[in-house]
Design a binder for this molecule. Structure first.
Ligand code: ADP
Ligand code: MG
Length: 381
């Protein structure tokens, strides 16, 4: 079960925090508010330069806030030194002490806290067990792989039972296979420790797999906060829709009284669209059905004619490329197994249940003209 957002008296509360670095015009973090519940796995997700590291550094106390406040369990920590905040921190570079053994690296924060020797030994053993590195206690960091070094950093960050663990792209330097493995380790550590984890990544899959909730950053601001399913199925902005996965995007003008989006060559039903104005209807590829005949379209579904441009086999499914009458391009997904209903060059009717579409404002504001470069298949960083 995922925790509910905090009321601020327990957990971490970020209130209207901004950061303007000296000599820069635009804030790196711009009026960000976010409540993190005790025990929650919260991910800050966004492209490079969107302010994630700056936000995490302000939480950790490495960088001061320009405005706003940060509270931990009801106490304002905005002006506290990093070591007074009781937070564990892991960054991308392994930052282990190269001349110290694994066990000594992990013991270091406990020695700084002047704990008795026997306690230190017990806690170090427990932390190494948590990350499955007991047999490596006497090795030097250089005698370990990148993934093992990062597990030592994780053990060192949680050994003194901090209030929360902050991680800035901790898997960024690892190859895909090690990344997947360490992702599962981090998920297990979170379950076993029950500690609040705050995780920074630019990788949407990593965010979707690990998180209770995700805060999507764009240009220093939070675009949307929600569970992985919220963000994927009910994106509130075009940025969120395109940053998290593939989608087909129909641009047009919302005609509220008629309950439709008027595109250049067709209309799409939008029963729950917001204000009249230019809008975008977003549909995920697994929600699009391909019908050879109009008559196959289920009642109440949206339907738009398209031509199949290409079919790509990607192992678990086929990606079916589509082009609509107004030039919009898009993609449907079909599981491998059942016969494909269409081949490249075929004309099909694309159908979907309006309950599975999202309608958002069009940031470009263009009501009808739809240049190809702006439509459909999103480009991920
Ligand atoms: P992210 O971690 O999402 O890539 P950062 O927080 O590192 O984003 O950067 C956000 C913005 O702040 C960027 O425009 C970056 O160039 C700027 N920035 C980061 N650190 C500094 C700094 N020490 N001085 C000035 N500008 C900075
Ligand atoms: Mg960063």
């Amino acid at each position: 079960m995922s925790p509910t957002p905090s009321d601020g008296s327990h957990g971490i509360r970020i209130s209207r925090v901004s950061k303007v670095y000296p000599g820069t015009a635009r804030p790196a973090v711009d009026d960000v508010s976010l409540d993190i519940a005790p025990g929650e796995f919260m991910t800050l997700l966004g492209p490079s330069g969107s302010g994630k590291t700056t936000m995490l550094s302000m939480l950790a106390g490495f960088v001061g806030v320009s405005a706003g406040s940060i509270e931990i369990d009801g106490r304002d920590v905005s002006r506290l030194k990093p070591h007074r905040r009781n937070l564990g921190v892991v960054f991308q570079q392994y930052a282990l002490f190269p001349h110290m053994s694994v066990a000594k690296n992990v013991a270091f924060p406990l020695q700084q806290r002047r704990m008795p020797k026997a306690t230190i030994e017990a806690k170090v053993a427990e932390a190494l067990k948590l990350v499955h590195l007991e047999p490596y206690a006497d090795r030097l960091p250089t005698q370990l792989s990148g993934g093992q070094q990062q597990r030592v950093a994780l053990a060192r960050a949680v050994v003194y039972q901090p209030r929360a663990l902050l991680m800035d792209e901790p898997l960024g330097a690892l190859d895909r296979r090690l990344r997947d493995q360490l992702q599962r380790e981090i998920a297990r550590m979170h379950r076993e420790l029950g500690m609040t984890f705050i995780f920074v990544t630019h990788d949407q899959h990593e965010a979707l797999t690990l998180s209770d909730r995700i805060a999507v950053f764009n240009e220093g601001r939070i675009e949307q906060v929600g569970t992985p399913a919220d963000l994927y199925e009910r994106p509130e902005t075009l940025f969120v829709a395109q940053f998290l996965g593939e989608s087909t995007c129909f641009r047009g003008t919302v005609d509220r009284p008629a309950g439709v989006l008027r595109c250049e060559r067709f209309t799409v039903r939008v029963p729950e669209a917001p204000d009249t104005g230019s809008g975008v209807v977003i549909v995920r590829p697994e929600r699009l059905e391909l019908c050879a005949e109009e008559t196959e379209v289920p009642a109440g579904h949206n339907r738009v004619a398209a031509t199949v441009t290409d079919v790509v086999y990607v192992g678990t499914h086929h990606q079916v490329g589509l082009r609509f009458a107004d030039g919009t391009t898009g993609m449907a997904m079909r599981l491998v197994g059942p016969p494909l209903p269409a081949a490249p060059g075929d004309d099909v009717t694309v159908a979907w249940d309006p309950a599975h579409q999202a309608v958002v404002a069009d940031p470009a504001g263009a009501a009808v003209s739809v240049p190809e470069a702006r439509s459909a298949t999103p480009v991920l960083p």
